[in-house]
Design a protein around this ligand. Structure first.
Ligand SMILES: *Cc1c(COP(=O)(O)O)cnc(C)c1O
Length: 358
């Protein structure tokens, strides 16, 4: 079976975990601090706060930004539920908008149309590893005095004109879930421009305490362990190599796949291919998925139901590009552990199906 994702864990990660276990210092400590400092180099030296998941990171970023009941936050509906869950968990209302079909990312025009007197923030997603249109989003935010929070869970080191994501918004959150471009097992990283808001994130992560037993605000326990941080530090050192491999795999698909709509990358944008996602005619997507599975090739549909239509939100709104994408997308294996023969096999099987008219 060719897996859709496969975390690249080597003796380096084993050694790092062993080092921490031997030290007997397992909870948040020196490893977490070192991970934050090292990750900070990826985002222009901004404040970094490691947490136990990307979802936690989005949640405390929103709270630290002052988002709460009565506020609206504009989000794409074509994303993972965490993008909207984090907003709803603050008591604010996620306002779902459409995507641009070519990039799968939030549409700046749809954002403009969704702005109301209650709008407090925009939370764009760099979906599949392609940065959202941050120049346009930043200018909309400036004009309307809105906070920008990047959901960068899928986009470690993706860039616009050489600038890595994480430096565009007031906040950004990365995820280190095992399927992401780098992992710590579970984990997340909040990136925060403002020092005071970064301090609040640190407080919220740890029961509201800076000084022990002097709780300043009501907080959570969202700490990352030193064990996870040690894994993350090793993976961070390999991120550039992982990314190169993902991009080389995507290049191979771009030059060999026939009769499918391939992902596009706007000029100046660097895609890091968390997913390599093609579009197929509505009626054929599920057939192609099934046929590939029979040939031992795993594929994924991210995401089959737009967030606004999930039972948890259950909203009736018309987002045509989001609906079309959810019917047509298919993600192919693009992870760094793919072998050359896997790539050839995947291309061969897809071209066989699409040549036959699928
Ligand atoms: C993975 C992901 C998250 C959540 O990250 P976790 O670490 O799994 O909590 C949020 N948003 C997007 C777009 C994601 O892909």
């Amino acid at each position: 079976m060719i897996n859709l994702s496969y975390p690249d864990i080597t003796k380096d990660e084993f050694k790092a975990v062993k080092r921490v276990l031997k030290s007997r210092k397992l909870a948040q400590g020196e490893e977490v601090e070192a991970f934050e400092n090292e990750f900070s180099k990826l985002v222009g030296g901004r404040n970094c706060i490691a947490v136990n998941s990307g979802t936690s990171g989005l949640h405390i970023s929103l709270i630290s930004a002052g988002v709460g009941p009565g506020d609206e936050v504009i989000v794409p509906s074509f994303s993972f539920a965490a993008t909207a869950n984090s907003v709803a968990l603050t008591g604010a209302t996620p306002v779902f908008v459409d995507i641009d079909i070519d990039t799968f990312n939030i549409s700046p025009d749809s954002i403009k149309r969704a702005i109301s007197s209650k709008t407090k923030a925009i939370q764009p997603v760099h979906l599949y590893g392609l940065p959202a249109n941050m120049p346009a989003i930043e200018s909309i935010a400036k004009e309307n005095n809105l906070i920008v929070l990047e959901d960068a869970a899928q986009a470690h080191s993706a860039k616009i004109n050489g600038i890595p994501v994480g430096q565009f918004g007031d906040f950004a959150t990365f995820s280190f879930y095992p399927t992401k471009n780098m992992t710590s097992g579970e984990g997340g990283m909040v990136v925060c421009k403002d020092d005071q808001q970064a301090r609040l994130c640190r407080l919220l992560r740890n029961q509201g305490m800076e000084k022990r037993y002097l709780n300043e605000v009501i907080g959570f326990n969202l700490r990352m362990t030193d064990i996870h941080a040690a894994i993350g530090r090793v993976q961070l050192r390999k991120l550039a190599k992982f990314t190169e491999k993902r991009q080389a795999n995507a290049d191979f698909y771009n030059s060999h796949l026939e009769n499918v709509i391939k992902p596009t990358t706007p000029p100046g944008y660097e895609h890091v291919y968390h997913q390599y996602t093609i579009r197929l005619p509505d009626s054929n997507r599920d057939l192609v998925e099934k046929t590939l599975k029979e040939k031992g090739i795993a594929t994924g549909v991210y995401y089959p139901i737009p967030i606004h239509r999930l039972p948890s939100f259950n909203k009736v709104i018309d987002l045509p590009n989001t609906e079309m994408a959810s019917r047509q997308v298919l993600s192919l294996p693009v992870h760094p552990k793919l072998r050359e023969k896997d790539l050839h096999q995947i291309v061969k099987q897809i071209n066989l199906i699409t040549r036959a008219g699928a």
